[in-house]
Design a binder for this molecule. Structure first.
Ligand SMILES: NC(=O)c1ccc[n+]([C@@H]2O[C@H](COP(=O)([O-])OP(=O)(O)OC[C@H]3O[C@@H](n4cnc5c(N)ncnc54)[C@H](O)[C@@H]3O)[C@@H](O)[C@H]2O)c1
Length: 265
């Protein structure tokens, strides 16, 4: 299929598509009728997904490589034309290590993937969208961008994504390209689950610091992203939408003895 054969079908690129939030976004947009291109660096997982869900175009991509992003962009444009939506869900977490123990190599890798990778796709696809006068870019920030946590590379990198989202919204808005971000709270995806399983995080701590007393499902992040992409959000650009089960509302309550949940210890 090429763009000429199915002119009305909207195209979405999702990075970090092989797991967690990215995979939930792929499934959500597919259900809405998008032709989705799902890109990720995890080849094995992509091969498995290719068998399960052949309607999605699964592509190997390392977002920290400008060359690979250029190659993917060319492939998508040749096959479908410029995407209508790009969702930057590729990202890596940081271990909770003391400041003096953090390796600068790890610091730089986190910024390369989480910030630089998202900036590269926003810049390249955003400029292509602006030439057509339409399109939506979505970044995935974090509550860590909005409240300090002891994640000295991850948090500032996510705050930079918020600033980048706002800057690009101003630059691309006059061409009718919208740029927004979501800031997830704690979402039970494989990296969070493996930290809980390894005893590095406590599931009830993560839940009980949120006003709603729970973590967020990947599908709930995908729902917010689907809204921000849709024409229902046509007047919304340059925002970072927290989807956090009330973590921002509840996290400071520890100062006053913590949130009071009825029916919970
Ligand atoms: N899970 C949470 O609680 C949470 C909270 C706030 C923000 N986020 C953010 O949401 C995004 C998705 O996280 P998740 O929890 O779904 O994690 P995940 O590990 O389940 O998914 C991330 C995906 O990104 C891919 N990826 C990593 N580096 C890549 C690279 N260089 N190029 C291409 N793909 C790459 C991984 O292979 C993986 O499939 C990340 O940006 C993360 O920081 C997650």
């Amino acid at each position: 299929m090429n763009a000429a054969e199915d002119e009305d079908r909207r195209i979405a690129l999702v990075t970090g598509a092989a797991s967690g939030i990215g995979l939930a976004v792929v499934e959500r947009l597919q259900a809405e009728g998008y032709q989705v291109v799902g890109a990720d660096r995890n080849r094995d997982q992509l091969a498995r997904l290719g068998e399960e869900n052949p309607q999605v175009v699964w592509q190997v991509l390392d977002v920290s490589s400008e060359e690979e992003i250029d190659g993917l962009k060319q492939d998508i444009e040749d096959r479908f034309g410029c995407p209508h939506a790009v969702v930057n869900a590729a990202g890596i977490m940081q271990d909770n290590v003391p400041l003096d123990a953090m390796e600068m190599e790890e610091h730089d890798r986190i910024w390369d993937v989480n910030y630089r990778g998202s900036f590269l796709t926003c810049r390249k696809f955003g400029l292509a969208m602006s030439r057509l006068g339409r399109g939506v870019l979505i970044n995935i920030a974090s509550i860590t961008a909005l409240r300090p946590l002891p994640l000295f590379a991850y948090g500032p990198g996510k705050a930079a994504l918020v600033a980048m989202t706002e800057s690009l919204a101003g630059h691309l808005g006059p061409s009718s390209v919208r740029v927004n971000a979501v800031a997830p709270g704690f979402v039970l995806t494989p990296p969070i689950k493996s930290k809980i399983d390894a005893g590095l995080r406590d599931a009830s701590d993560l839940s009980n610091s949120a006003a709603l007393g729970r973590m967020v499902a990947p599908e709930e992040i995908a729902e917010a992203i689907a809204f921000l992409i849709s024409d229902r959000a046509a007047a919304i650009t340059g925002i970072t939408l927290p989807v956090d089960a009330g973590w921002l509302a509840g996290s400071a309550w520890g100062t006053y003895g913590g949130l009071r949940f009825s029916g919970k210890e």
